[in-house]
Design a protein around this ligand. Structure first.
Ligand SMILES: *[C@@H]1O[C@H](CO)[C@@H](O)[C@H](O)[C@H]1NC(C)=O
Ligand SMILES: *[C@@H]1O[C@H](CO)[C@@H](O)[C@H](O)[C@H]1NC(C)=O
Length: 724
């Protein structure tokens, strides 16, 4: 009886039964599939060639029912032999007396078999048995003039699909036994049989037969298996010995087992299972489930299944994800008195699409190394979907005031931006009380032009992508896994709806003061996907998650923050945050050349998270973002720098500076990307009027690195470095 096994049934079955029993040997399938026909190896010295139509078998592996390919095995040539017709003479020694028992007792055969070398590229599976194998996938035989195992192997190597050989002595009649010659004299044929399946002692069960009164017996039988791991283009192969995969649920609790096929009418050919794997994927894609995505077969395990040593066929288990050899733990099972064993097992994993799952620890890891790696890896550009009114570009400040003279002309423009947080009313920087805006800060942007700076404003490079080295710990992951994991890190879909009312005033100042006031009010509601900025609800101080509208060199931002912060007892809610990695009390400047502390070129009180010549490139998600969290009295204000370097668009600086309402003199800095490892930066804090400062480093390569956390505590003067 043959299983009515259709692809749908395979899939439905896969969804219905629990895990472990499903991956156990499917006895129903084995029972319902006809056993492979035992090979009928011709008696006598005539060579025999057996071929299979592999193309047809492969095609049949993809349809239902399981491939019913008739073997094109040559029929054995017993018919048509008249009694007493002479038979070809073998080349082996004939013992005296000429009897089956003398043949079986002859030491010559045992000696030759025991001394025979293992052919190169083969493994000896048994030696000197008195039975020949009847394995899976008979491919014919040849006769030898001497007991030459190497020659037999060489011939096997030339036969497509031949993986095992059996060399033995066979006591054959000199003439066809029958009336008039019922027990003729014997001749000893040295046989070399070829197998497209596993040649093992368990299946060396053919101990001969009677032909009329003549007793055909076998002696000195040796078995050898090729060591070759069959290769399949597009797959990474692994030999699993005599064990089958028994896979657990994956890291997401998903059952990766898809089902099984059993091939019984061909030789052992891993291509049959590959064909079934591909056909199942195609079927599932064409019949997608109502929820989730279709199961794609990216891995299979195929082996020979035997019942009490007798071949049952080529078993083929399909999976959606790869499992390594440590999961090859099933050597077989018993059912009643029957012992089912696994042999000649191999696994194949789709090389280009390994199907490796993305586990939560992968995501956590990638987040910990900084999501900018992922943003770079998958060339992530935040998709922008604008809903509601079209966003009016926030006033473009064209500070076109000239700087043509060699005198230093300062061009100062400022933007007053009131950002309305979702839970708070609008707030202006000059609001007398911050009480109604406990979680938002007012921002005033000061563009400081440094016309003498070499190459100033000359490095604009829109849309510069981050090119960041793969973190060492994930370098071994398949590219597809990194992409899959990164797409979760870099594109984690957070829908943010913002309504911003922007009022812009522009003042340009040159050597003669010119005041050009202008006012623009824009209201925009946009919904977009947040890229690799780490803050849960980031608000941009400069730059944009949707792509920075411009390049920014040395601006600073006058902020009214919800609670006083600073260093060394100098605390205020009126602070300046410079793009160049520092927070100072009061007004700052466009200073970009860091120096050792105390730095009199800076305001009186500053905390230097990473003072370097930092830069925001247009079109990237670079920017400085902030977030205020916590209950009033113990609020935390985090500034997240997600920036690059002046004239170094491929350097990245990603760090956060956190300030605390309860401990105003303490700043925590966490570094995620630090391209030059502190080689051109100053980190520390200072207060000039009281002559206090603490310097963690100045231009010292290697002192600041991704993963470093640094507590700058001006109340004790102590730095506490740590790790993320
Ligand atoms: C590997 O998987 C991909 C995606 O499913 C598929 O297109 C490709 O054909 C597979 N490779 C092989 C060798 O089957
Ligand atoms: C910092 O040190 C590393 C390791 O020695 C070196 O590869 C790199 O070039 C140095 N960077 C600078 C800016 O000196």
């Amino acid at each position: 009886m043959r299983a009515a096994l259709v692809l749908q049934a395979l899939v439905a079955c896969a969804a219905a039964t629990p895990l472990v029993p499903r991956q156990d040997i499917d006895f129903n399938l084995v029972d319902d599939t006809p056993d492979p026909a035992p090979a009928s190896i011709a008696i006598g010295p005539t060579a025999e060639v057996v071929t299979y139509n592999l193309a047809e078998a492969t095609a049949s592996a993809t349809v239902d029912p399981v491939g019913a390919v008739e073997s094109a095995a040559a029929k054995r040539g017993l018919s048509g032999r008249a009694a007493c017709d002479p038979q070809p003479t073998g080349a082996g020694f004939v013992p005296s007396p000429d009897s089956a028992s003398a043949f079986l007792a002859a030491p010559t055969f045992a000696a030759l078999a025991s001394a025979a070398p293992t052919p190169s590229g083969y493994t000896n599976t048994f030696t000197n048995l008195q039975g020949s194998v009847n394995a899976y996938g008979y491919l014919g035989y040849t006769t030898l003039t001497t007991y030459d195992t190497a020659k037999c192997a060489t011939k096997c190597n030339a036969i497509t699909g031949c993986v095992g050989i059996n060399v033995f002595f066979e006591r054959d009649p000199t003439v066809s036994p029958g009336t008039g010659c019922t027990d003729p004299a014997s001749t000893t044929v040295i046989k070399c049989t070829f197998w497209g399946g596993y040649v093992a002692a368990e299946n060396a069960l053919n101990v001969g037969q009677y032909r009329s009164q003549f007793h055909v017996v076998i002696a000195g039988s040796n078995g050898y298996m090729s060591n070759k791991v069959p290769s399949l283009p597009g797959y990474t192969a692994q030999a699993l010995g005599n064990y089958a995969i028994n896979a657990p649920l994956d890291c997401n609790g998903k059952d990766t087992y898809m089902g099984v096929k059993l091939f019984t009418t061909s030789i052992f050919d891993v291509g049959l299972c590959a064909a079934a794997c591909a056909a199942n994927s195609a079927y599932n894609v064409a019949h997608p489930p109502s929820t989730g995505s279709p199961d794609i077969c990216t891995f299979f395990n195929t082996y020979l299944l035997s019942k009490n040593g007798v071949p049952q066929g080529q078993y083929c288990s399909l999976y959606t994800e790869p499992w390594d050899i440590s999961y090859a733990v099933n050597s077989g099972q018993t059912r009643g008195k029957d012992k089912y064993t696994v042999s000649y097992s191999f696994s194949y994993s789709n090389t280009t699409t390994p199907g490796t799952p993305v586990c939560s620890n992968n995501i956590a890891y990638l987040q910990s190394v900084g999501s900018d790696f992922c943003t770079s890896y998958i060339n992530y550009v935040a998709p922008t979907t604008t809903v509601g009114p079209t966003e009016t570009s926030v006033a473009t400040i064209t500070a076109s005031a000239t700087t043509s003279t060699t005198d230093i002309s300062t061009v100062t423009s400022f933007t007053t931006t009131t950002i309305t947080g979702s839970a708070n009313g609008p707030m202006k920087r000059d609001a007398t009380s911050g009480a109604e805006s406990d979680y938002s800060i007012a921002i005033e942007t000061i563009f400081a032009s440094n016309p003498n700076k070499p190459g100033a404003r000359a490095t604009a490079s829109a849309g510069v992508k981050r090119a960041i080295a793969t973190p060492a710990s994930i370098a071994g992951w398949p590219a597809a896994s990194i992409s899959a994991a990164c797409s979760q890190v870099a594109t984690g879909t957070v829908t943010v709806t913002t309504t911003a009312t922007t009022t812009v005033s522009t003042t340009s100042t040159t050597s003669s003061t010119v005041i050009v006031p202008s006012t623009v009010t824009a209201t925009a509601t946009s919904t977009f996907t947040v890229p690799g900025v780490l803050l849960a609800s980031p608000t941009a101080i400069v730059g944009s998650l949707q792509g920075s509208p411009d390049n920014y060199d040395d601006p600073y931002f006058s902020l009214t923050v919800p609670f006083p912060i600073g260093a060394y007892g100098s605390y205020s809610t009126s602070v300046s945050l410079s793009i160049n990695g520092r927070l100072c009390i009061g007004d700052d400047s466009g200073a970009y050349a860091n120096a050792a502390l105390p730095d009199t070129g800076l305001p009186n009180t500053c905390v230097l998270g990473y003072y370097d010549d930092l830069y925001i490139y247009q079109g990237t998600q670079q920017g400085i973002y902030y977030e205020v969290t916590g209950a009033i009295g113990s609020r935390k204000l985090v500034f997240e720098y997600y920036v690059s370097h002046y004239q170094q668009p491929y350097q990245y600086y990603h760090f956060t500076m956190s300030f605390y309402e309860a401990t105003p003199g303490v700043t925590d800095v966490v570094y995620y990307s630090v391209s030059d490892f502190g080689a051109s930066a100053t980190v520390g804090a200072q207060r000039l009027d009281t002559n206090q400062n603490m310097q963690y480093e100045f231009n010292t390569n290697g002192t600041i690195y991704p993963g470093l956390t640094l507590k700058i505590d001006s109340t004790t003067g102590l730095f506490t470095p740590g790790a993320i």
